[in-house]
Design a protein around this ligand. Structure first.
Ligand code: C2E
Ligand code: MG
Ligand code: MG
Length: 597
């Protein structure tokens, strides 16, 4: 029953229209009953003076018997009966303040447990008279609050794994760094080795499945006080609270054990590993470090771990940052180095084993850096590949190698010159025309040029590679697969490649001294494979006389390595060729007359 408005002695009569208390009370009661929100009037000690029909129905609607309190009952007791916690006691305290005139209004959202689940109400209260009586309304805002909570959750979490996302991780790390009582903070940066291969070969859905499985495994291996999050792709971060680098190393090793068990991906069982970088801030440093610094340092350490051979853990040290700055500097300078004429080619002789003749050379680029001296390709080729400089660099190498080969021709030295091509160059789609232009500019026949591609670069996009290689071979340019045996590309892909020469990686050839029988077996197998595919074979990195003898005995067509000669400038090569004794294993070429230019 709606509350007894204007009951005898009720203070509500105060201020009513003189002589018309009943009509006025009736009007107020009608207005209150028309309000959809449960509403009541209470006096300063919480005693309920008046309720509207929405309040009287609330107990039934919410299935909550504790709301079955009407006029004469105590509202404050109802509130703390529902949940005797901080927010509910706070509501009562605020209403007392309001009633006493020390607060103007009370307006807040609060959660109410109910048998139908948690409901959210917006409580709004105002003081209505000098006696301190207060009107309280309750508006059900459950759907709005839930929608807000959902969108906040979505903004902070990764949809695939439901782990905290990048933005949330940074918030959590920064919060940990800014604790009033500082303690060490460590960040682990984990990247799955070879994740791209899973995605490329098994499809993105399988890749997603793997990431979800990994997220669950990582969450179960870390301590309760740690937070696992996903930055994106296959990159995960673990925030380790109250943990220094030593503790984190143990944790990192535990994270790596999550990879001991293979991942079940559909029908397949796939074994993977991860590289992990660690960066820490001690209790004394946390004030000066930001979350972005820690994550970046851990990322650098992860890259160093990967570069050192994957499946490793590496703790960040400042020299890693210096190395990155150095690389950025080199990358910026590289753009100008080609035009400034700072690149040079060195040539390493290739011997045809059956005849013992030097029939070709491999052109290997070097950078004559004005400050740092002669730089090896490992110091700038990867940067050139990442910074879009590789295509102009390779065009220069092709032109220079073709020009030099033609110049040797004029001098009576007839060599086939090999040029290395990066995987990144395939993507430009200009390889065939770049080669043709270099040959035309030098007036060199196509048979005198050979392009070398690594096994892994061929594996990256086999169809694109095969099409461009086929076009080159049709034009007369020979193709070789470099470093064969160092990667793990599929044999079926290799067999489809239109290449004429298979270069056996130095790691297989070098073993010919210490692990003679295994190494010989491996070389024999590759020579057999090359023959079966109609290809010739070349033993790379031959460093000793026994290795050279093994390569010859096992039927390799060519050999190249320090035992024969190191890479050298063009002019030196001509001297080297002319200076070789007649009984050398690699007889000098006939008609050698002039120095290379
Ligand atoms: P690669 O094509 O496999 O070249 C052979 C590398 O092995 C050369 O290193 C050579 O100096 C080295 N080498 C030759 N014989 C021996 C030996 O007996 N023992 C040992 N330990 N090493 C030997 P380099 O000149 O430092 O080149 C390294 C790599 O850089 C090359 O490997 C090639 O992949 C790349 N590279 C060189 N020049 C170019 C270029 O013009 N373009 C591209 N894209 N890559 C290049
Ligand atoms: Mg090569
Ligand atoms: Mg090689």
């Amino acid at each position: 029953m709606p509350g007894q408005l204007g009951a005898p002695g009720s203070a509500l009569q105060v201020g009513a229209h003189a002589g018309q208390p009943d009509r006025h009370a009736e009007l107020v009661s009608g207005v209150l009953d028309a309000l959809p929100s449960p509403t009541l009037l209470i006096d300063p000690d919480g005693t309920i003076l008046l309720t509207n029909s929405a309040w009287d129905l609330a107990a039934d609607l919410l299935g909550e018997d504790r709301l079955r309190v009407g006029v004469g009952g105590n509202y404050f007791r109802v509130v703390v009966d529902l949940a005797d916690d901080g927010p509910h006691r706070d509501v009562v305290a605020s209403l007392r303040e309001l009633s006493a005139g020390r607060q103007r209004v009370v307006a807040r959202d609060y959660a109410m447990p109910s048998p139908l689940g948690r409901r959210w109400f917006h409580l709004q209260a105002s003081r209505v008279d000098q006696a301190g009586r207060v009107v309280v309304t309750h508006t059900d805002v459950t759907s709005r609050v839930e929608a807000e909570q959902t969108s906040r959750w979505q903004a902070q979490h990764d949809h695939l794994t439901e782990l905290p996302n990048r933005a949330r991780l940074h918030e959590l790390i920064d919060a940990e760094l800014r604790r009033p009582d500082p303690r060490p903070v460590t960040v682990l940066f984990l990247d799955v080795d070879g994740f791209k291969d899973v995605n490329d070969s098994l499809g993105h859905e399988v890749g997603d499945d793997l990431l979800r499985q990994l997220a669950a495994r990582l969450s179960s291996r870390t301590r309760a006080e740690d937070t696992v999050g996903r930055l994106g792709g296959d990159e995960f971060v673990v925030l380790c609270r109250d943990c220094d680098a030593t503790g984190a190393e143990a944790l990192a090793v535990r994270c790596q054990t999550t990879f001991d068990e293979p991942f079940q991906l559909g029908e397949r069982s796939v074994r993977l590993s991860a590289s992990i970088g660690i960066a820490s801030a001690g209790s004394d440093d946390v004030r000066t470090v930001r979350s972005t610094d820690l994550v970046r340092d851990a990322d650098l350490a992860m890259y160093a771990a990967k570069a050192a051979g994957r499946n490793r853990v590496r703790v960040f040290t400042p020299d890693l940052r210096f190395a990155v700055q150095q690389k950025a500097l080199v990358a910026a300078e590289l753009h100008g180095a080609i035009d400034a004429g700072q690149l040079v080619l060195h040539y390493q002789p290739v011997v045809h084993l059956p005849s013992g003749e030097v029939t070709g050379v491999e052109a290997l680029v070097r950078w004559q850096h004005p400050v740092r001296g002669l730089l090896a390709p490992a110091e700038f080729i990867p940067l050139a590949e990442q910074n879009g400089v590789i295509a102009p660099l390779t065009r220069w190498v092709l032109r220079e190698a073709a020009r030099q080969t033609a110049a040797w021709d004029l001098a009576g030295v007839h060599l086939v010159t090999a040029v290395n091509i990066s995987a990144a160059h395939f993507a430009t789609g200009t390889l065939v025309s770049d080669v043709a232009e270099a040959l035309a500019a030098a007036g060199l026949p196509p048979e005198r040029l050979l392009v070398e591609l690594t096994e892994t670069s061929v594996a990256q996009d086999p169809d694109a590679a095969a099409a461009q290689l086929a076009a080159l071979r049709i034009s007369g340019v020979e193709v070789s697969i470099d470093d064969f045996g160092s990667g793990f590309s599929s044999l079926s892909q290799l067999v489809r490649m239109p290449a004429g020469v298979l270069k056996i990686d130095r790691s297989l050839v070098n073993g010919a001294d210490s692990r003679r029988s295994q190494s010989a077996a491996a070389i024999a197998a590759v020579v057999g494979l090359a023959r079966a595919c109609g290809m010739r074979s070349l033993a790379e990195g031959v460093e000793t006389a026994p290795q050279l003898a093994t390569a010859r005995q096992l039927g390799c067509t060519y050999a190249q390595g320090f035992q024969i000669a190191r890479p050298m400038p063009a002019a030196e090569l001509v001297r080297w060729l002319s200076g070789r004794p007649d009984d050398a294993p690699t007889p000098r070429l006939a008609q050698l007359t002039a120095a290379g230019t």
